[in-house]
Write a protein that binds this ligand. Structure first.
Ligand code: COA
Length: 210
């Protein structure tokens, strides 16, 4: 599959501060920016910045950033699922995963998260993909928001739904481990019935019908 990436950019103003949301960002674009110290939800910021650089160079990889000037304050990443997880079964070339989305604490709740995900879908090539997102409550910032897992789950569903993601059922043990964990997917308009059936098989792996 030839992965095509078309760059999009949008500016937004939050409390008088201008934020640029853009991507897919190239490696060069990312190296010309600094990375906010508060972007530590998944890894220490230095390592997360390195991960973004690596993803930007993957054929299928996409990194969409939110920056204030040349300072990155948020990002969302897309790439093939981890080979250790069921989502990579069959190495379906059209199955991408939203790997991580994060906004630094001081810039949250201003609409940047929503804008990042929505801008990601402006590139018409994404219609060739099924994009999944596995939401595990242990990645969520319950401490700073003061929300409980079900309130946070509701935010994540609304956030993803704003860009066309829907909740899908699965028998994946990690998703099933807690009722707040959720699988969501955005099925591109060019996805065929056969491609969808392959996805269904992965969602319900090892299920026997009697
Ligand atoms: C989840 C996250 C990316 C959302 O980004 P954000 O810029 O704060 O989100 P937005 O401002 O675009 O808001 C998206 C929706 O969530 C709601 N929301 C955001 N923060 C909220 C809060 N603290 N309490 C209640 N609702 C909230 C918004 O009202 C909005 O819903 P609406 O459009 O229906 O009104 C951000 O909070 C974050 O980085 N969290 C830590 C990392 C994380 O949990 N990542 C997700 C797991 S991969």
């Amino acid at each position: 599959m030839q992965h095509q990436k078309t760059y999009h950019q949008e500016k937004m103003s939050i409390n008088g501060r201008e934020i640029t949301v853009e991507g897919p960002a190239s490696h060069k674009m990312l190296t010309s920016c600094t990375f906010d110290e508060g972007l530590d939800a998944f890894r220490v910021p230095e390592e997360q910045y390195e991960a973004l650089l690596e993803i930007s160079e993957l054929e299928e990889g996409r990194v969409i950033i939110a920056r204030e000037g040349t300072h990155i304050v948020g990002y969302v990443t897309y790439h093939y699922p981890d080979p250790m997880e069921r989502w990579s079964d069959g190495n379906l070339p059209y199955l991408l995963e939203l790997g991580a989305v994060e906004i630094t604490l001081a810039h949250r709740s201003g609409g940047i998260g929503k804008k990042l995900i929505q801008l990601s879908m402006e590139d018409s090539f994404v219609e060739n993909y099924i994009i999944i997102t596995t939401e595990y409550y242990w990645h969520w910032d319950l401490k700073n928001t003061g929300l409980d897992v079900y309130e946070y789950k509701d935010i994540m569903i609304r956030l993803m739904a704003s860009a066309g993601f829907e909740v899908y059922q699965t028998n994946d043990p990690e998703i099933s481990a807690h009722p707040a964990n959720t699988l969501m997917a955005r099925v591109g308009k060019k996805i065929t019935r056969d491609q969808m059936m392959e996805f269904d098989k992965i969602r319900f792996k090892n299920r026997f019908f009697f």
